[in-house]
Design a protein around this ligand. Structure first.
Ligand code: MLT
Ligand code: ZN
Length: 463
């Protein structure tokens, strides 16, 4: 824990009352959505300006104090967890949209702007911010950039990285850098902006971001299709992709649907129950487009890939169909899930799925497994639910034993051990399954340039 004299010095760097050390704040701001590590920060500091962030970084360097950047804390890899007496730097008071440019279609955001705030702002301007996920109501733009957040529209719009036009950062050394100056074309050497995207706060703080906007989608329409097995999902994807551009292609298992329906507030998509479901979305710009989708659906039924299905006819139906996928994470959260977030290239999904399924069935015979994910991106979320009679620690330890088999399979398929949740602390011991030793050495060398004293989110991504 940090000495009181140093905390007194920290208090002089920000506005009165903007350093908190009460137990409730330490508990709240010291953790993210993971339940693996008990939070134990020394203090929470709330800067309001770039200069204050800079002052905090200089103070931390002078006294070698570890800083943990904190956004909406909706992460699932413990990248925003302060478990070792760190000072948490929270951006709740740097939450303004500073500027909008209709010609460039860009918005300048402070890091604490909530994702949904940006989405609503864009809508107000007749435009669209396309990065979307269930936690959009509380996740912050700074955190989205720090983790290169993905979500449910990646198949059409890509990850957060694609939408960052420019960044202002305070490096771990305390320098302010303006990266890329919002340019579309800029061939002037290394693009340092991209190093900060997905760096999980290990290089410095994002203190301002210019985000790009897109035209609004037209008459979004969703279909939920029930499939007889895992193997039928990918042919359905290909059948639709041959005919139209999809804005989403998700999947979930019947065990997941069971949990959702038990809530009592989400309607079933249709009466038939099938082992898996695909949720796809497209812009029904014309009648012909919708007819094309229905014809493709019928083709999938004829091929035996789809047993039953439904297409949304209204905004309400669209929203309800999306809830079947989007509400899964929150619905299973009370079961303390052990989460895996794997990806391979789309062409490898069928074989990869079969191998992982075999590992799961052999090694977790007594555990309930809930599959869902962004299968159109090759991204699978494997959730193992904790049986009531096991303690959290015993359960996580049992799951970790099986990681070796899962991650060896990921490595064999040249996949990723973390497609979108990040490495943080939960996946750092497994990084070598996805990144070579040489690559990790380069990553560490890059960190040393931006953060020579190792004050920026130490212990995240690697030890
Ligand atoms: C999702 O796809 O629902 C999110 O990544 C959260 C999760 O995996 O639980
Ligand atoms: Zn996801």
């Amino acid at each position: 824990m940090i000495q009181q004299t140093l905390l007194d010095e920290l208090m002089t760097l920000v506005e009165p009352g903007k350093v908190l050390t009460d137990p409730a704040s330490l508990e709240t701001y010291g953790r993210d959505w993971t339940k693996h590590y008990p939070p134990a920060p020394s203090a929470i500091v709330f800067p309001k300006t770039v200069e204050q962030v800079q002052a905090i970084v200089r103070w931390a360097n002078a006294h070698t104090i570890a800083l943990v950047p904190s956004g909406g804390r909706t992460g699932l890899s413990a990248a925003a967890v302060a478990a070792n007496g760190e000072v948490v730097v929270a951006f709740d008071y740097m939450n303004q949209i500073l500027d909008f440019n209709g010609t460039d279609r860009t918005v300048v955001c402070q890091p604490g702007v909530i994702t949904e705030q940006l989405q609503n702002f864009a809508e107000g301007k007749g435009l669209y911010y396309p990065v979307d996920f269930a936690s959009a109501g509380s996740s912050q733009i700074g955190g989205n950039i720090g983790t290169n957040a993905g979500g449910i529209k990646v198949i059409r719009y890509g990850m957060t990285r694609n939408w960052v036009a420019g960044l202002k950062v305070v490096t771990g050394k305390g320098d302010v850098l303006e990266l890329n100056k919002d340019l579309l074309k800029n061939a002037t050497g290394y693009d340092l902006r991209h190093l900060f995207i997905g760096a999980e706060g290990t290089l410095g703080f994002i203190v301002e971001a210019t985000m790009r906007l897109e035209r609004q989608p037209n008459n979004l329409t969703a279909m939920v299709l029930g499939t007889p097995d895992f193997n039928s999902i990918m042919p359905v994807l290909h059948a639709f992709q041959n005919k139209m551009d999809l804005t989403a292609f998700e999947f979930f298992s019947d065990q997941g649907l069971d949990k959702l329906l038990a809530r009592g507030d989400i309607p079933a998509p249709f009466e038939t129950r099938t082992p898996f479901y695909a949720l796809l979305e497209f812009e029904a710009t014309t009648e012909t487009r919708a007819e094309q989708a229905l014809a493709t659906f019928e083709h999938c039924v004829e091929q035996g890939w789809v047993i039953d299905g439904v297409m949304s006819q209204s905004e309400t139906q669209l929203r309800n169909l999306w809830r079947l996928r989007e509400d899964l994470s929150e619905t299973i959260a009370p079961f303390t899930p052990y989460k895996n977030d794997l990806s391979v290239t789309v062409s490898k999904v069928p074989a990869f799925l079969a191998d992982i399924d075999a590992i799961v069935t052999t090694n977790y015979p007594d555990f309930e497994v809930i599959w869902y994910g962004h299968i159109g991106d090759g991204n699978l979320h494997l959730n193992i639910l904790k049986p009531e009679n096991l303690s959290k620690d015993t359960f996580f330890a049992k799951c970790a034993n099986v990681n070796k088999w899962v991650f060896e399979t990921v490595e064999r398929y040249n996949g990723s051990i973390s497609a979108e949740h990040g490495v943080g602390m939960t996946k750092r011991d497994y990084l070598t399954y996805s990144r070579s030793e040489a690559e990790i050495a380069y990553m560490k060398a890059i960190k040393a340039v931006f953060d020579p004293n190792g004050i920026m989110n130490p212990g995240k991504i690697f030890h």
